[in-house]
Structures are given as structure tokens and as C-alpha cells.
Design a protein around this ligand. Structure first.
Ligand code: CAA
Length: 390
């Protein structure tokens, strides 16, 4: 029985994936994390290391030349990269976010074209849903796509677009029938080189400074008919379905950054001496460490349980995606803040990584839907009678 149904244990293959990605991160990602943050520069070393090891967009199915990592394996990759450098973990995370609408809604032709390019490392994939007036109210799209013969003409502004300017490909949500609100939204693939595409200045952010966040402008961008993803009017549905899966990758980032901070703090408290003994000997600090370990493990378990639902496409995925994201990101904020506390004055300086990790953790409570939006999503699911699929 246990062979067939592992009792919440990772498979040997998943453990191997963790080992492989951790080695890469220790060697090629972590050593650059402080400089990437300090200089607010793209983590090119991580980009190259992830490409070379097939962890750049590991979720792409094998039939499109990808590694075919399942949702749990992808979560483990993102978690491990975030443990070393959260900004770098946005590379595999956003490549999944940007391309998943194509995978979910697209026909064979568009999937083959763009998933193959992504898997081959020809460019990353960003997700353009948010706009100046469409943040939590994502259906309030002002970007317009108007049909003109065989083409679509795209005009509008997207805001808070992760890896904008670096990515070659963009899934863009646009209103094609404003009368219909969410049912009048369609999704398109836009390429960076399409005439009329341009980018704003990089935002100056509190954390994840290595991951560029910019506006994207579309000025009469003409798209051939085959750039529409799936059916006209179903873009919002594809966008929401995508977030059900990818909110779990944000939970993975949260678990990873919290683990990175806890690991560092555990080493520090054993070394740091006060009152003639290591500060790890003081029970007040032991309680903080115990709480951090306990909450972090609960967040990890919920995230992995959600990843299983994502892989199987279970009916309770929407609830689990929102719950994992909200819970893990709150844990990450608490654990990283307490890691700074454990290091005292040193923790508050840039000479130690926990300060960066605390700043980086904050975004996990905000993006891919604020934790307030996650609670709306969860409450709606519960009130609609969705039960945990155990
Ligand atoms: N799956 C399938 N369909 C869904 C769905 C889901 N999970 N959620 C909603 N829909 C459908 C609904 O069924 C509905 O269709 P019907 O009318 O036929 O029932 C339609 O979409 C509209 O849904 P709602 O009425 O629920 O829409 P709403 O306007 O009330 O909005 C919301 C709901 C949950 C608040 C949504 O707007 C939302 O998730 N907002 C947050 C946006 C967000 O997460 N943005 C993240 C940006 S990406 C990012 O941050 C990336 C990054 O930087 C890394």
C-alpha cells in the first residue's frame, strides 16, 4: 500500500532534483546574490546556470523539448533557487507564469511554436495582466485589441511586469469586447521585437532588485491572427486558471527564502557569544527558532500538497493555490524578520544576507494577488462548498 501511495514523502526523483539544483545554487547563484541586490542588476550568472542545467523553465513538457518537470519538481527548483537568491527564482517562476496561459488555452500550433522556443532557451516568458487601474481588480482591463482584417491591433499599458525587457515573449491580456467585462478579455502572445513594443524605466523596489519590474507599452502593435491564445473572450479564464497553478510557485519562493534565512540564523546563533556562551543556549531564542522551523515546515507541506493538486488538476486547486501562497508568504515574512532579530544589529546591515531576505520576502505577500485577494478566493471556494480533495 505505501509503495503505491507514499505517505506524504518525496519520491526519490524529487529528492534527486533538490540535490541537483541545490548544488547549482550553492556554486553559481548564492555567491552573486548580494551583488545582484546591491547593484540591482539582472542575475545573469543564475540565468546561465539555470539554462545550462535545464532548470530555466523546467515545467515545459518533454514533447516541446522541455525537461517535463511536474508541478512538485518545479516547486522544488523554485524553492531552492529562492533559498539562494529570491530575485533569481523569478526566472523559472515567471517562465512558468508567462507560458502557462499558452499551455492551458492554446492550440497545438501556438504551443509548439512558443513552448519550444522557451524550452530551447531562446528567451524567457513574462505575464502581462496588471495595469495601472487593474491590480486586484484584474478584469478592469484597459488594454485594447481590435481586429483589423487578419490581424489584431494592440494598444495599452501594462504595469509591474516581472522580467520585462529581459523576456522575449509576453502573454498579454487585452479587452476585445469591453461590453462583456471578464468575458470580453482575450490573451495574446507578443514578442519583444514586435514593432510598437517598448518598456518603461525599471521600478526602484524594496527587494527582488535583481528581477527587473517595468511597464510595457503597446503602441499600435499589429499581431497576426495566430497570436491569439485559444478562444476569443476566454483570456480572463486562462489568466485565472494560470494563477491557480502559479500561486504555488510563489509559496515555493516564500518557503525557500524563509529556509535561507533560518539556515543562516541557525549558524549564527551557534557562533555568536554573549554573556560567555553561544546565544543559541538562551531559551528565548530557542523558542523563536522552534517557531520558525515549525511554521516553515507547515508552509512547505501545504505548498507541496498544493503542487500535487496542480499536477493532477484537482477540483480544490483554486483553494489550495491561494491558501499555500497566503500562508507561506506570511510565514516567510515572519521567519525572515525574526532571522534579522536573531542577528541583532548585524542582521540589520547589508553585511549579512538576512536583511536582503527580509526585504525580498515582502513581495510574496503582494504579487500574484495580494494575500487579501487570496482570502477572497478561499472564502468563495469554501462558501461554494468546495471540499478538500483528500
Ligand atoms: N478558474 C477559472 N475561471 C475563473 C477563476 C479560476 N480560478 N476565477 C475566476 N474565474 C472566472 C469566473 O468563473 C467568472 O466567470 P463566470 O462569470 O462565468 O462565473 C469570471 O472568471 C470572473 O470571475 P470573478 O467574478 O470571480 O471576477 P472578479 O472580478 O470578482 O475577480 C479576483 C476575482 C479573484 C479578485 C481576481 O480579479 C483576482 O485574482 N485578482 C488578483 C489579480 C492577480 O492575482 N494579479 C496578479 C498579477 S501577476 C503577478 O503578480 C506576477 C508577478 O509579478 C510575478
Amino acid at each position: 500500500m505505501t509503495d503505491e501511495y507514499p505517505l506524504f514523502a518525496l519520491s526519490e526523483e524529487h529528492r534527486e532534483i533538490r540535490k541537483a539544483i541545490r548544488e547549482i545554487c550553492d556554486d553559481k547563484v548564492a555567491p552573486h546574490a548580494a551583488a545582484v541586490d546591491e547593484e540591482a542588476r539582472y542575475p545573469q550568472e543564475a540565468h546561465e546556470a539555470l539554462l545550462a542545467s535545464d532548470f530555466f523553465a523546467p515545467h515545459v513538457p518533454e514533447e516541446y523539448g522541455g525537461a517535463g518537470a511536474d508541478a512538485l519538481a518545479t516547486v522544488i527548483v523554485i524553492e531552492e533557487v529562492a533559498r539562494a537568491d529570491m530575485a533569481a527564482s523569478l526566472i523559472p517562476a515567471v517562465n512558468k507564469l508567462g507560458s502557462l496561459p499558452v499551455q492551458i488555452g492554446g492550440g497545438e500550433e501556438i504551443k509548439k511554436k512558443y513552448l519550444t522556443k522557451l524550452a530551447a532557451g531562446e528567451g524567457g516568458f513574462s505575464y502581462c495582466l496588471s495595469e495601472p487601474d487593474a491590480g486586484s481588480d484584474a478584469a478592469n482591463q484597459k488594454t485594447r485589441a481590435v481586429r483589423d482584417g487578419d490581424e489584431w491591433v494592440l494598444n495599452g499599458t501594462k504595469r509591474w511586469i516581472t522580467n520585462a525587457g529581459v523576456s522575449e515573449y509576453y502573454t498579454v491580456l487585452a479587452m476585445t469586447d469591453p461590453e462583456k467585462r471578464s468575458k470580453g478579455i482575450s490573451a495574446f502572445v507578443v514578442e519583444k521585437s514586435d514593432p510598437g513594443v517598448s518598456f518603461g524605466a525599471p521600478e526602484k523596489k524594496l527587494g527582488i532588485k535583481g528581477s527587473p519590474t517595468r511597464e510595457v507599452y503597446f503602441d499600435n502593435v499589429r499581431l497576426p491572427a495566430d497570436r491569439i491564445i485559444g478562444e476569443e473572450g476566454r483570456g480572463f479564464e486562462y489568466a485565472m486558471q494560470t494563477l491557480d497553478h502559479t500561486r504555488i510557485t510563489i509559496a515555493a519562493q516564500a518557503v525557500g527564502v524563509a529556509q535561507g534565512a533560518l539556515d543562516y540564523a541557525l549558524g549564527y546563533v551557534k557562533e555568536r557569544q554573549q554573556f560567555g556562551k553561544p546565544i543559541a543556549d538562551f531559551q528565548g531564542l530557542q523558542f523563536m527558532i522552534a517557531d520558525a522551523g515549525m511554521r516553515l515546515e507547515a508552509a512547505r507541506q501545504l505548498t507541496y500538497a498544493a503542487a500535487g493538486r496542480s499536477e493532477r488538476g484537482d477540483s480544490d486547486l483554486t483553494f489550495f493555490g491561494a491558501a499555500a501562497k497566503a500562508f507561506a508568504s506570511d510565514v516567510a515574512m515572519e521567519v525572515t524578520t525574526n532571522a534579522v532579530q536573531l542577528l541583532g544589529g548585524y542582521g540589520y546591515t547589508r553585511d549579512y544576507p538576512v536583511e536582503r531576505m527580509m526585504r525580498d520576502a515582502k513581495i510574496t505577500q503582494i504579487y500574484e494577488g495580494t494575500n487579501q485577494v487570496q482570502r477572497i478566493v478561499m472564502a468563495r471556494q469554501l462558501l461554494a462548498g468546495v471540499q478538500s480533495n483528500l
